[in-house]
Design a protein around this ligand. Sequence first.
Ligand SMILES: *[C@@H]1O[C@H](CO)[C@@H](O)[C@H](O)[C@H]1NC(C)=O
Ligand SMILES: *[C@@H]1O[C@H](CO)[C@@H](O)[C@H](O)[C@H]1NC(C)=O
Ligand SMILES: [Zn+2]
Length: 511
Amino acid sequence: MGRCSRCARGLLPLPLAGLGLLVAVLLLRTYSSPGPPDWAPGEGEQREEASAEERARWKEVLKGAIRIPTVSFSEDEQNTTALGEFTEYIRKVFPGIFSCSFIQHEIIADYSHLFTVQGSNPQLEPYMMLAHLDVVPASDEGWDHPPFSAQEVGGYIYGRGTLDNKGSAIGLLQALELLLKRKHRPRRSFYVGLGHDEEISGQKGARRIAAKLESRGARLSFLTDEGLAILDGVIQGLSRPIAMVGTTEKGAITLALSVETQPGHSSMPPRETSIGILAAAVSRLEQNPMPNLFGSGPEKASFEQLASEFSFPINVIMSNLWLFSPLVSRILERKASSNAIVRTTTAVAMFHAGVKSNIIPPSAGATVNFRIHPAQTVDEVMDIVTHTIGDKRVQLTVGNAFNPLPVSPYDEKSFGYQIVGRTIRDVFSDIPVAPGVCVGNTDSRHYLNLTRNIYRFSPIWLKPEDLSRIHGLNERISVQSYELLVQFYLRLIQNADVEALPMPHSEVHEL
Ligand SMILES: *[C@@H]1O[C@H](CO)[C@@H](O)[C@H](O)[C@H]1NC(C)=O
Ligand SMILES: *[C@@H]1O[C@H](CO)[C@@H](O)[C@H](O)[C@H]1NC(C)=O
Ligand SMILES: [Zn+2]
């Protein structure tokens, strides 16, 4: 989750308590979300139990992977020695996968991996699971246990990548290795894609894996990747943990602003300098945030589907967004973390100007990073920016820019969403599942030509204090959490073997 670290901070604190809005009609309208499909009892119940020895080995395999510093330092600098070691490592620790007759392994762009698992029934449309093996840099400073030591302390394995996202990369392969050991051949074919440069855009790894599959004419039933997670206490007002599955991710624009003026001497300054003009422009952007779009994107569905999980009176408010949207949207924008889900955000990231105290600088430059709300486009944001700045002396140059990703379906008939949802409920004791918006970006965006059904979910349990560990200090995963992560992928592979979803809940009741 390079940037997707921030996904987890998706939705947030609602200091709504105390609003005594007791109107009977509101209670009557309290939303009842459509239930998940009625799975026949026993369907896909061939649960694979792992022995204590197997589980002990799982965590040792993870530790070994964490100790390989597969760091992406910058756009064009990665630890290629470590990336190469990672390839050798997975060959060594997953002998079943690398010797299996129905699994093909390919190295893409030198360090990324594509596994093709041929299911026994070629009629079933394949799906794909992604993870990435590169991590952001970390120095020993500030860590309780060094970031590449993988020390196990108090039931936690410490290390860069435990949460983002090597845990999933290794966990996925671990699940597959166990199935092979049990002589289980999946019915539905699937791909596993492990990118090596997600933290620096995925232009080499994910992009080339996707291009390779596209050149072979592949289509995917659905795609899973890192993203949102199980949030325990992260959204205030919820009485229990919930799982959020990212059905879209925000777009982005990196915009360079520059102002050129005549150079001069500080003793006879003009009325306005390049710095003053640019500072005023940047200030206008900060003073005039992009419109609050709460309700026009998929974030509304998140709240509606979770409505009944909130305590009173928030449940009434969330069930009646037809009335309370304006109120909720104003509350959400108060905190940076929840503000990010209601609007396109404006972040002034860089400012360069001036060289010497007695020189009027001829130029000043700034870089502003926008993260685009799913209901807006790059062009719409640029129109607003131009209008807000309202000064032709400020030159605008658009760097990297892309629109928000299309919203993947999450209704009762969406095969991928329901398989992921069912797997979450199977493994994490029936917790509620809701769609959400990733405010960061993932490798999955490179696969749009292969499927529109993309689900961004990391099977990890996050408490509020864990959010800052991702890309931060003391990133760690509990041994128990890691075992559940492996179980998640194991179960996902088994659940995806059904030919079709059972009939949706609502239709069953209409019969
Ligand atoms: C790169 O990885 C190698 C092999 O694991 C390691 O020995 C080396 O210290 C790493 N280099 C940097 C700069 O982190
Ligand atoms: C998807 O296909 C279009 C048309 O062939 C191509 O231009 C585009 O680059 C592809 N997108 C990705 C993300 O590969
Ligand atoms: Zn990541």
